[in-house]
Structures are given as structure tokens and as C-alpha cells.
Design a protein around this ligand. Sequence first.
Ligand SMILES: Nc1ncnc2c1ncn2[C@@H]1O[C@H](COP(=O)(O)OP(=O)(O)OP(=O)(O)O)[C@@H](O)[C@H]1O
Ligand SMILES: [Mg+2]
Length: 253
Amino acid sequence: MTALIELREISKKYGSFQALSNINLSVRAGEVTCVLGDNGAGKSTLIKILAGLHNASSGQILLEGEEHQFNSPRDALDAGIATVYQDLAVVGQMSVWRNFFLGQELTGAFGVLKKDEMRQITEQQLREMGIELRDVEVPVASLSGGQRQVVAIARAIYFGARVLILDEPTAALGVKQSGMVLRFIAAARDRGIGVIFITHNPHHAYLVGDHFILLNLGKQILDVPRAGVTLEELTVQMSGGGELDSLSHELQR
Ligand SMILES: Nc1ncnc2c1ncn2[C@@H]1O[C@H](COP(=O)(O)OP(=O)(O)OP(=O)(O)O)[C@@H](O)[C@H]1O
Ligand SMILES: [Mg+2]
């Protein structure tokens, strides 16, 4: 199966600082590719390249096997790549339905907003994905962090994303809300979307991941399918294995 999107030997320099070195990654339809790594590993940099915000310094991006260059976030969106950033590009005081259609508003003659239709579609889409909201008129700021992530995922699916990139969607969430977001990641996958799930949390990654990539200071130190790694191994790799051992000695009382 041809990958929806493939990165080959992607490197990125910020000035003289090497943020990424020779990263390879494939995203397939109906699979979750997890990108793990500690702070500063280069995860967000990688996403920005995929989302068309940054150009790579070298390497190739292939879309369904064809080399492609993204020159803007619009290019990436047009190619069906939707990105949900950690801070979420939502406008807190705006209603849920306005956010759902933000930048893609339905308009009639003379550019008049089709408010009722947008409300209705938002309600219906959220309901279909099993999201129960009291009212789509409430401001997004009144939703929980998990609900916000889930609304953003539903929105990407509705607007036809084929690749969905999620930057640490569970980072600020408790167990229950993380569970809700992970369920939606699985739902997106089951609809045939290729998901890139960025996380610090090997447990969350292992619950939904088909493939795992681990970055450390811009280098890819692990690249394995699910069958090639256990949760224990992933956790050890993620926590820097030996480093944690020596820390535990140092902190022993
Ligand atoms: N615009 C930039 N200019 C210069 N250096 C940058 C820029 N963006 C990121 N960096 C550096 O590149 C490295 C990787 O940063 P990046 O944000 O990709 O890491 P990350 O894995 O997303 O980390 P976190 O888990 O903290 O979000 C860091 O050392 C960071 O300081
Ligand atoms: Mg980041």
C-alpha cells in the first residue's frame, strides 16, 4: 500500500542549529503513526514541515508516491493534511459552531453567513461522532480540554482530512479525558484516515499506535511497527533507559 505521505531523509536547520537529521516516516491510511520524544526532540518541527509552515532544509516529501513541496499551510490543507495544534487554533469566545466552520464558513448570496445551516451541521457531526454537547452556541472556552480536542478532530474529519496530525492532544488532560481523545483517534483511524499522533506518553501511544517513531535531539532513534516493540521497551526507550537508572541511584534515600 502506498503511503498517503512519506518523509525521506528530512533535515531541518534553524540557522546553524540542527533541529532534525535524516528523518524517515510513512503515514498509511487507517493507521496511527506515533511520534514520541522528549522536550526539544524536534516533534513540533517535524509537524510544521508536514503542515507546510516550515520548509525542510533537505530531504523529500512524497504524497502518494509523488514528490511534492508544500509552500504554505494552504498547500498542505489542500492535500488533505489537517493539523490540530496543541494550543488549538480556536477562538475561545466564539461559539462551537463558529469555530467548527472557522475559515471555511458557508455563505449564501452577498456573502451572508448561513448560520442555521452551520449550526445544524455542527450539531449533527458532533452527534454522529458521539460528542454530547449541551448546545453548539456555547463558547469554546467553556468546553473541557478533551472536548476541544475532540471537536477539532471531528472538524478535520468533516472537512475531508486524509491525514490528521495531532500535536500532544492528551498532554494537558486527565485519565478520563485522555481516554475520550484516544477513542477519537481510533475512530479517525477506523474511517481510513492516516493519523500522526505526537505524544510524550508511551502508554497513550501504545493504546492506539500501529507504528512508533522516537526522536531524540533531532535524531530518529527508533522506528518500529507495533509487532516489533512492547510497551515496556517503548517506556524504557522513552524515559532514556540508563539515564533514569542513574537518576534513581542519585535520588535514593
Ligand atoms: N523557530 C525556531 N528557531 C530556532 N530554533 C528552534 C525553532 N523552533 C524550534 N527550535 C529548536 O529546535 C529544537 C526542537 O524544537 P521542537 O519544538 O521541534 O521540539 P519538540 O519535540 O516539539 O519539544 P516539546 O516537547 O517541548 O514541544 C529545540 O531545541 C528548539 O529550541
Ligand atoms: Mg512541541
